[in-house]
Structure formats: structure tokens, C-alpha cells
Design a protein around this ligand. Structure first.
Ligand code: FE2
Length: 465
């Protein structure tokens, strides 16, 4: 009697625990109840102030910078002159009154069907000091324009740094809102996950929209480096009008420091900023076994990543591997099958993707045990695996992707059909704070956030709720 009497509360407790577990397993994460008001997504008109051509004859326009080497001890400055080549020289220095250094770049034009570009200049400033503010100017001989940037701090295991995370930006009124929100939240470099201008949405891929986009984003990209990932809207592959060179406008306009990371192509490369090692991949270049991108990533993860020097390992792709939206569903699947095992083995902290025009964050999951006979094709919780974030919500002309599959898969922690941007603030080797902001809120309002714990330094910590 006494023993049975003691067992009853235990059985009730077990039943309660079972019920709680069943309730927890019945759904995935959160599908946000936030409903943005219905409104058309429209490109800003050509006479919008953000597209204004700077005054002065042949004034440098579309100024943008990106890393010129792997760590930011070099910076590549790009700009366009419309009427004539002008000077290829950039003057720079530690104060606006003392730009006593100079570097000489190159320029070129390209043709795209019935469009001929302006003179596109690229000039790399080398041997810079880390963590230092430089002023720079170009346009000598005609109209000089002056800007400034701060180089990233020297890479190290506990060097804090704040990244902006933006994708699929385009040039709509929503795009402008996204950029303004990001500027208010103040990162020091942007990890851009692809789909820049959406010029290919216009008849004949109107490349004038590449020009307007670059003028629009100059207010940020001239002052801090953006790291570029290629999206499908960068392909500009149009054999019907004789344009058969994929990525022609994108690669002519947006250089990447690919040679510094041992890559042979500008579309996949890596950089080391503060305590992060950022790997950029191309969803639209060959990645099958033995291809150049496959071979480079193999060596990159095995030989060149050092988590003691740069603890945070972040991978950028355009087409997501984990996406529970009906739009672009499973488009990233073949690349996931090819590379996911490597990323889990490498204990990647975070994978950022765009392409799907909504926001979604995953738990730490993997799906790497399947082979063609065992039938084990379900994603499972995996603390070795990356967290996946879809941040293709910059606000482009194609509008919002509001077509989530139901029920929400268990791997999906949070999803919402809104435009916005995110930031990743690395604190030290063990902790980073991630937050997402929707455009319809004030810039400082956080709509989703999570503390990440580093997969190399705190591998058993479950941080992906
Ligand atoms: Fe895309």
C-alpha cells in the first residue's frame, strides 16, 4: 500500500511531463501574428532625391567601397564618371585637410544591349592601418568629392564588431526605409546577401537602374564597406537580346577581394573582420564535386579557417537551404545536399541567405544522415549545426513573400512576412547578439532577437530558441 501510494504522484508527474512534451512538439516556432498593412510595393521614381546626380561637371557618382584585401588593411573605392574618364586617382589621409597619400586605379566601360555604361573606376588603397578613420577624395581635374571610412579593427579572437545584415534591397520606397533603419542602428560593415538593384525587372534589363541603385545606396556604401554576395538578379543573363555573359554588370561594378582568399572567381571568397571569418558563396555558380567553388570551399573550411584567431564562422549564400515559405521553396536544396555536411563538421555559427522576401530564423538543425536507401531525410536538432537566417526582406519591387507553409516546421524558430534588416553584434569569442527590425516599427524596435553562443568555444550551449 505504502509503495503504491508513493507511486501515484510520480505517475501523475510523468503524465504531466508527457503532456507538456506533446504540446511543445505539436508546433514549430513562432509564425508572427504581425500583419503589415496591405500596400503596393513601388520603385522610387527616377526624379526621387535619392537618385540625384551630384552637381558639377563629370562629378564622381555611385561611390562605394568594399574590402580590398582579406582583413580591411586595404579598401577598394569604386565610382562612375558620366561624361569622360577623368582621373583614376584617389587621394586619402587621416584628416580632410591632410589627404597626403594617393593611389591610382583603373577605369572601364561595358556595353549591355543598347546601353553603354559610364566610366567605372576601381582603385585599391593599400597598407592602411586597422581601426583608423581615413578621408578620401576623387574627381581631380573636374569636380572633387570627399568621403570617409574607418577600417575594420585588426582580426582577433575577442574583437567586438557590429555587422548590418541586408538582402534583396532593390530601389523601392521600402528599400529606402530599410536603408534608413539600418543607418539608425549603426553597424560598421554590411553583409549583403544578394539581389542589389533589380535592374533586370525592367525591359531589356535597363542598366540605368544599376546606376540609380548605386546613387541611392551611396549614402551608406561610400562610408563603410559592404560585402557582396551574388543573387539571381545579378545574373543579367538574357540570350534573347544577345547578353550571354552571366553577372556582367554586377562584376564590372562591384569588385570583391577574392584573390586574397585564394579564390579564382569574384563570386566566392572570404574575409576576416574583427573576430569573424565570413565565407561568401555563389548559389548561381557551379558547386558540384570537383568544380572550382567546391574545391575552394573544401580548402577554405579545412585549411584556412582558424577559430582560435577568428572564432565566428559565418556563411553567406543567396538561395536559402532552410526556408518554409512557398516562394522559392526548396530552390537551395541541391546546394544544401552538396555542402551542409561540411558546414556542420566545421561548426559554422550562422548561415545568412536572402532570395525569399520575408524573414525567417531557424533553430540549430541539420539534415545530413540521408542517403538514397536509408530514408532518413528529416531535419533534426543539432547543436553542431548553424543557425539559418533568411534576410531577403530588404523591400524590392517584387513585393513581400507571404505564403508560409503550414504547419510551421519544427526547425523554424520565427518567421514573419515583413520588410526589414538585421544586425549581428559580436561581443567576444563566446557571445554575439543578433536582432531583426521590421520597417513598420521605429528603427530601434526589436522584432526578433537571439543571443548566439559560439559553436567552437561553447559547442554544447543550446542557444537557438
Ligand atoms: Fe533572389
Amino acid at each position: 500500500m505504502g509503495a503504491r501510494h508513493q507511486l501515484l504522484p510520480l505517475a501523475a508527474l510523468l503524465l504531466l511531463l508527457l503532456l507538456l512534451a506533446a504540446a511543445a512538439g505539436a508546433s514549430g516556432g513562432v509564425t508572427s501574428g504581425y500583419r503589415r498593412k496591405a500596400e503596393a510595393t513601388a520603385d522610387m521614381p527616377l526624379d526621387a532625391d535619392v537618385f540625384r546626380v551630384p552637381p558639377g561637371y563629370n562629378a564622381p557618382q555611385q561611390v562605394h567601397i568594399t574590402l580590398g584585401d582579406q582583413t580591411g588593411a586595404a579598401m577598394t573605392v569604386s565610382w562612375v564618371t558620366a561624361s569622360e574618364p577623368g582621373s583614376d586617382t584617389v587621394a586619402y589621409g587621416r584628416s580632410p585637410g591632410k589627404m597626403d597619400l594617393s593611389a591610382r586605379g583603373t577605369h572601364a566601360r561595358y556595353d549591355y544591349y543598347n546601353y553603354t555604361s559610364g566610366f567605372i573606376h576601381h582603385c585599391t588603397l593599400a597598407n592602411l592601418k586597422h581601426g583608423v578613420k581615413y578621408w578620401y577624395a576623387m574627381g581631380f581635374g573636374h569636380t572633387v568629392r570627399t568621403f570617409w571610412f574607418t577600417t575594420p579593427p585588426k582580426p582577433g579572437p575577442d574583437v567586438p564588431f557590429k555587422f548590418g545584415l541586408i538582402g534583396d534591397l532593390g530601389q523601392t520606397f521600402d528599400s529606402n526605409s530599410t536603408l534608413s533603419h539600418y543607418e539608425a542602428n549603426g553597424g560598421s560593415a554590411v553583409l549583403f546577401v544578394g539581389d542589389l538593384s533589380y535592374a533586370d525587372s525592367y525591359p531589356l534589363h535597363d542598366n540605368n537602374r544599376w546606376d540609380t541603385w548605386a546613387r541611392f545606396v551611396e549614402r551608406s556604401v561610400a562610408y563603410q564597406p559592404w560585402l557582396w554576395t551574388a543573387g539571381n538578379h545579378e545574373l543579367d543573363y538574357a540570350p534573347e537580346i544577345g547578353e550571354t555573359t552571366p553577372f556582367k554588370p554586377f562584376t564590372r561594378r562591384y569588385p570583391t577581394p577574392f584573390r586574397a582568399s585564394g579564390s579564382t572567381e569574384p563570386l566566392w571568397y572570404s574575409v576576416k573582420i574583427a573576430s569573424a571569418h565570413v565565407v561568401v558563396l555563389s548559389s548561381y555558380s557551379a558547386y558540384g564535386q570537383y568544380t572550382p567553388q567546391w574545391a575552394w570551399l573544401d580548402e577554405e573550411l579545412r585549411l584556412r579557417v582558424d577559430r582560435r584567431a577568428t572564432p565566428w564562422l559565418v556563411v553567406l549564400i543567396h538561395s536559402p537551404w532552410y526556408n518554409s515559405n512557398g516562394y522559392h521553396y526548396m530552390e537551395g536544396e541541391s546546394m544544401r545536399v552538396q555542402f551542409e555536411r561540411w558546414l556542420v563538421d566545421a561548426r559554422v555559427d550562422l548561415v545568412l541567405a536572402g532570395h525569399v522576401h520575408s524573414y525567417e530564423r531557424s533553430r540549430r538543425v541539420s539534415n545530413v544522415v540521408y542517403d538514397i536507401v536509408n530514408g532518413k531525410a528529416t531535419p533534426v536538432r543539432d547543436l553542431d549545426a548553424p543557425m539559418y537566417v533568411n534576410i531577403g526582406d530588404g523591400g524590392n519591387i517584387e513585393g513581400i513573400a507571404d505564403n508560409f507553409t503550414r504547419p510551421q516546421p519544427r526547425y523554424s524558430a520565427f518567421r514573419e512576412a515583413s520588410f526589414g534588416h538585421a544586425t549581428l553584434e559580436i561581443k567576444n569569442r563566446t557571445h554575439a547578439y543578433y536582432e531583426w527590425h521590421r520597417n513598420h516599427d521605429g528603427a530601434k524596435v526589436v522584432a526578433d532577437s537571439v543571443w548566439l553562443t559560439n559553436r567552437y568555444w561553447m559547442p554544447t550551449q543550446d542557444d537557438s530558441n
